[in-house]
Design a protein around this ligand. Structure first.
Ligand code: HEM
Length: 366
C-alpha cells in the first residue's frame, strides 16, 4: 500500500491513514494536530485531562510534573527487582521443560514492574491485569460495542482502586513513582488528587500491555533467527541494539492517532481541520526510504530511528523503563534457557488487537 501512496482516506474509520516514515514523523511532531479531540464528548472529565489524551498547554504542565517523579532513582530501584523476578519466573520452566511465554513470563513480569512502580501490593497484580486488558481492548477502533462497555467498567473499577490506594501512599511514602508524584512540585505547582488518579491509570494502561507485547513478539522474532540469538549469547553488549531492532520490526503500538486542529499540507494533500489521522508506526518502521532491507533483523543497524515510542511532546515517558525491562528479561531468557525453542505441537496465537499488537500464547519447549 505504501508504494501505491503514502496516505489513504479510509471511509470506514473516517480517517487518513499515513504509511510512510517522513509523513508519520512529521505529523507526530506537528502542533497543529492534537489528541484531545479524539475523545467522544461523553467521556468523563478525569480521562479527558490525562497526560496521554491532552494537548499543550495542559499537557506541558502535566508532563513537567510527572517528569519530576520519573527520577533515575525510581528506575534504579527497579533494576535489581526486574533481574530477580526474571530468574524466579524462569526457574519452574527449566525444571518442567516447557512454558507459555506470555502467561508465565511476558505478562507477570511487566505487571509486577508497573505495580512496583505505582506502589501497588503484589496480591492485587492479577486483578490489575484483567482491568488493563479490558481497557486496552476498548481502545481498538475495530472492536464491537461490548468491548467499549467493558473498557468503561474496567476504567471505573481501577479508578476506585487507586482512590483507596492514594491515601495509604500519602501516609507511608515508598520508593515508588506515585509516592514521588504525591510529593513532586514544579514551580510551586503540584498534581491534584484527580490528576494523580488519572496519572496512575495512564501509567498502568500505557506501560503494561505494551511491554508484554515487546517481550513476547521480541522472543518470537529471536526464535525465528537462531543465528542472531547465538550472537547475542556471545556478545551481550549487543542487547541494547537488539531491543531497538525488535521494537522497530514489531512495534507493540502499531499506530498512534491525532485530530487535525489547523489545516496541514502533507504530500500535496490538504488535511482539513477536524479530520482524524492514523499514523501507522508498523509501516513507517519498515519504510525502505529510511531503513535498508527493512524486513531484515539487523543487529548492526545504525542509526535506528524507529518511531515505536512516537515523537514530539507525547514521546513515551516510559521508554527508558521499557528498554531496561526488555534488555534484562530477553537476555535472561536466552541465557538461562539455552535450548529454548518453539513447541512443535502448539503454534503461537495472536491476540487480534489491531492497535496494541501482541501474542495471546507463545508455547515453548526448553
Ligand atoms: C515497549 C513498551 C512501550 C511502548 C512500545 C510504548 C509506546 C508508546 C507510544 C507510541 C506513546 C505515544 C503515543 C502517542 O504519540 O500518541 C507512548 C506514550 C506514553 N507511554 Fe509508552 N510505551 C511503552 C512502555 C511504557 C511504559 C513501561 C510506561 C510507563 C511506565 C509508559 C508510559 C507512557 C506514558 C505515560 C505515555 C504518555 C506520554 C505523553 O502523552 O506525554 N510506556 N508510549
Amino acid at each position: 500500500m505504501r508504494e501505491g501512496s503514502p496516505l489513504y482516506w479510509l471511509p470506514r474509520a473516517h480517517a487518513w491513514w499515513i504509511l510512510d516514515y517522513s509523513g508519520c514523523a512529521q505529523l507526530m511532531q506537528d502542533g497543529r494536530l492534537g489528541k484531545a479531540d479524539l475523545l467522544p464528548a461523553d467521556v468523563p472529565d478525569a480521562r479527558r485531562g490525562s497526560l496521554l489524551m491532552s494537548d499543550p498547554p495542559a499537557h506541558t504542565r502535566l508532563r513537567a510534573l510527572v517528569n519530576r517523579g520519573f527520577v533515575p532513582s525510581v528506575l534504579e530501584h527497579l533494576r535489581p527487582r526486574i533481574t530477580a523476578l526474571a530468574s524466579t519466573l524462569l526457574a519452574p520452566a527449566a525444571a518442567c521443560g516447557r512454558l507459555d511465554l506470555v502467561a508465565d513470563y511476558a505478562s507477570p513480569l511487566p505487571a509486577m514492574v508497573i505495580a512496583e512502580l505505582l506502589g501497588v501490593p503484589a496480591d492485587d497484580h492479577e486483578q490489575f491485569r484483567g482491568w488493563a486488558d479490558a481497557i486496552i481492548r476498548g481502545l481498538d477502533p475495530t472492536q464491537p460495542a461490548a468491548a467499549v462497555r467493558a473498557h468503561h467498567e474496567a476504567e471505573a473499577a481501577l479508578h476506585a482502586y487507586f482512590t483507596r490506594l492514594l491515601p495509604r501512599l500519602r501516609a507511608q511514602p515508598g520508593p515508588d513513582l506515585l509516592s514521588a508524584l504525591i510529593g513532586a512540585e514544579a514551580s510551586g505547582d503540584r498534581l491534584s488528587r484527580d490528576e494523580l488518579l488519572s496519572m496512575a491509570m495512564v501509567l498502568l494502561v500505557a506501560g503494561f500491555e505494551t511491554t508484554v507485547n515487546l517481550l513476547s513478539t521480541g522472543m518470537l522474532t529471536l526464535l525465528h533467527h537462531p543465528e542472531t540469538s547465538a550472537r547475542l549469547r556471545r556478545e551481550p553488549q549487543r542487547w541494547p541494539a537488539a531491543v531497538e531492532e525488535l521494537l522497530r520490526l514489531e512495534p507493540p503500538v502499531q499506530f498512534v492517532q491525532r485530530v487535525v486542529r489547523e489545516p496541514v499540507q502533507l504530500h500535496r494533500q490538504l488535511l482539513e481541520s477536524g479530520s482524524k489521522v492514523i499514523l501507522v508506526v508498523g509501516a513507517a518502521n519498515r519504510d525502505p526510504a529510511v531503513f535498508s532491507d527493512p524486513d531484515h533483523l539487523d543487529l548492526d543497524r545504525h542509526p535506528n530511528p524507529h518511531l515505536s515510542f512516537s515523537r514530539g511532546v507525547h514521546y513515551c515517558l516510559g521508554a527508558p523503563l521499557a528498554r531496561l525491562e526488555a534488555q534484562i528479561a530477553l537476555r535472561a531468557l536466552l541465557d538461562q534457557l539455552p535450548s529454548v525453542r518453539l513447541d512443535p505441537d502448539r503454534p503461537p496465537t495472536w491476540s487480534g488487537n489491531l492497535a496494541v499488537r501482541g501474542l495471546r500464547e507463545l508455547p515453548l519447549r526448553v
